[in-house]
Design a protein around this ligand. Structure first.
Ligand code: AGP
Length: 612
């Protein structure tokens, strides 16, 4: 997601816009830019890759002195982060300039049409397409407001926009559909922003725009209409947040916000990539290596930490559904053990940041031996994303909490999509199974939301165990990596020692740890290993272990074994890790919060380990 700020009034707009962008940097920070209408009624733009402070330090503040302007801090979705792709974007005639937050899904179709109308483009962004589409209609109507309206009616996808017009340099036009936008109503001035953190220092009177709303801002005030040109009315609200609360969306920590964002981020991961009627998956970034993927003799998955846990889940999925051998490697180990790598190997590297040194080194090692490398990455234009032969972005948005949550579930969803795409191409899955999986995929966001709505139940369990010294996490099959991930979440934010094991491994040593002080978390949905894990639970119960079970919401017999139950909706095994990790994310979060730990920035940890 990106951050948008605009100002129109009687003050110098630049400092207000830059200060606002700095408050919005938690939304995205790979490049930033402004467009200001100076007293000569001309639009002047300045934009730089990197954080807002880089643009702030470089811009000539004595030149950009106009009282109307728009600004943007970017989280790239189309086009790598660089000066050219930074917003604002002009149309080819330098008449319309726009900042945009969202994804225009039909931008390629619109771009093709505009190219036929002799339009040219200088960036890879969907936003530049919108700027040219608005100008296309401006040239027909000679009316800025009408041109914006006509362009937006054609757009499919999501947008929050603010735009200026060189031929009508006395107004800002804003509109929203699927990306937040609001107006701060000041004394003779109006500020538009993606959220209140850029407004609250200037006014507490705000108007929240709704999807389909459009507003024309002038120095005399603003007027609201729908994109379809219908009159609308919106109440003026009074803000009573603190800035810090706004950036966290009212949650106590970014980690809790990101856990609760997962219904939306999972949708962003699969949006536009799967046909729910046929089960056919299309991942544009992998199409040119499809033959390598379906003819691979082996997949080598390399990653670190949480991303490595996602890789373990992918091993089960790919071997089961595609019939291709998979090995999962800690990147740090792989790069130094002189591995055997062949040219018909495919390396899948998973990395939220796209900057993890060990994972990057493993990719370079594989490339040296001619293997095909693909990336499953969150940060667009990151080093790993640029160095692999192909890849797919997980579209989880910026993850601020050091403990990875929404990125993990989006990694799992991306890996499931890759699995389904290969299985579809290799015909290793019957069509009806592909369709059944695609139909269930649609239900996943709602099932996650169900657990978010019942998070107080998980919190009650967490409060029982907040002073515990050790934990064991046990799971079988797809849920063994979930056990590892649950243990990692707990130890990295609460500093409680926790270990994950395959449940059947208990008898090979760890069961010696069981006594009345040892809580054991079993991930035990009603799947084909359920009876086996019940016997593991009985072994622990017989030794007075304290039993916490992640159990299906329709499991009625589990209460005779468990001391505490964390309920999850049922789903297909391929999606079980995505659902079963959610209560463990909440469990670790609430234990750490109850212990007063620094949940978003735990001691000793960095969000991205860019050194060995
Ligand atoms: C996860 O909660 C940790 N923050 C850490 O294990 C992380 O997953 C690991 O460092 C890999 O980072 P990456 O996904 O950015 O490569």
């Amino acid at each position: 997601m990106c951050g948008i700020v605009g100002y129109i009034g009687n003050r110098n707009s630049l400092p207000i816009i830059i200060d606002g962008l700095k408050h919005l940097e938690y939304r995205g920070y790979d490049s930033a830019g402004v467009s200001i209408i100076n007293s000569d009624k001309k639009i002047y733009s300045f934009k730089k890759a990197g954080k807002v402070s880089i643009m702030d330090d470089a811009i000539d503040k004595d030149f950009y002195t106009g009282s109307i302007g728009i600004g943007h801090t970017r989280w790239a979705t189309h086009g790598v982060p660089n000066d050219i792709n930074a917003h604002p974007h002009f149309d080819m005639y330098d008449n319309i300039v726009i900042v945009h937050n969202g994804i225009i899904e039909n931008y390629k179709y619109i771009k093709t049409r505009l190219i036929e109308e002799k339009y040219t483009f200088i960036t890879d962004t969907d936003t530049e397409v919108l700027a040219n589409l608005i100008n296309y209609y401006f040239r027909k109507t000679k009316n800025f407001e009408k041109a914006v309206r006509m362009a937006l009616i054609e757009v499919e996808g999501t947008y929050g926009i603010a735009c200026l017009c060189a031929e009508e340099p006395d107004k800002i036009i804003v509109a929203r559909k699927g990306s937040p936008l609001m107006l701060g109503i000041g004394n003779g001035e109006t500020i538009v922003s993606s959220d209140a953190s850029a407004i609250i220092n200037h006014t507490k009177n705000v108007v929240y725009l709704e999807d389909g709303d459009m507003a024309v801002l002038t120095k005399q005030g603003f007027f609201l209409k729908s994109v379809e040109d219908k009159d609308i009315f919106r109440n003026t609200e009074v803000l009573d947040f603190l800035i810090d609360e706004i950036e966290k969306g009212g949650f106590d920590h970014f980690m809790l916000k990101e856990i609760c964002d997962q219904p939306e981020t999972i949708q962003n991961t699969y949006r536009g990539r799967i046909n729910f009627e046929t089960g056919v998956v299309k991942l544009g970034g992998l199409e040119h290596v499809m033959d390598k993927l379906i003819n691979a003799k082996r997949f080598i998955i390399t990653a670190c930490g949480t991303a490595w846990h996602a890789g373990l889940v992918a091993e089960y999925m790919i071997e089961q559904f595609c019939g291709i051998p998979v090995e999962v490697e800690y990147a740090s180990e792989f790069r130094y053990r002189r591995p055997i790598i062949r040219t018909d190997d495919v390396m899948i590297s998973i990395s939220q940041s796209g900057e993890t040194a060990d994972t990057l080194a493993a990719i370079r090692e594989a490339k040296k031996f001619g293997a095909t490398t693909i990336g499953v990455v969150n940060v667009i234009g990151s080093t790993i994303a640029r160095e692999v032969d192909a890849g797919t972005y997980i579209h989880a948005g910026p993850e601020i909490g050091v403990a990875s949550t929404k990125a993990f579930t989006s990694q799992l969803m991306s890996l499931a999509l890759i699995t389904l795409m290969i299985a579809g191409e290799k015909k290793t899955l019957p069509d009806k199974t592909l369709i059944e999986i695609a139909q269930e995929l649609k239900n996943i966001p709602e099932k996650i939301k169900h657990m978010i709505d019942m998070r107080e139940e998980y919190k009650k369990v967490a409060e029982v165990f907040k002073d515990t010294k050790n934990f064991l996490y046990l799971g079988r099959g797809y849920n063994f990596p979930v056990a590892l991930e649950g243990a990692l979440k707990l130890k990295e934010i609460s500093y409680i020692h926790a270990e994950g094991y395959p449940a059947a491994e208990m008898k090979h040593g760890p069961i010696a740890l069981i006594d009345e002080y040892m809580p054991v978390v079993f991930i035990a949905p009603k799947d084909r290993t359920y009876e086996k894990i019940i016997s593991n639970i009985e072994e622990v119960k017989a030794r007075k272990g304290r039993i916490i079970v992640v159990a299906s919401d329709d499991d009625e017999q589990i209460s005779s074994y468990a001391d505490h139950i964390l309920r999850v909706p049922t789903t297909l095994p391929i999606f079980a890790p995505i659902l079963n990790v959610i209560p463990l994310q909440f469990l670790s979060y609430y234990i750490a919060a109850a212990r007063g730990c620094n949940v978003d920035q735990p001691r000793n940890l960095a969000k991205s380990v860019t050194v060995e």
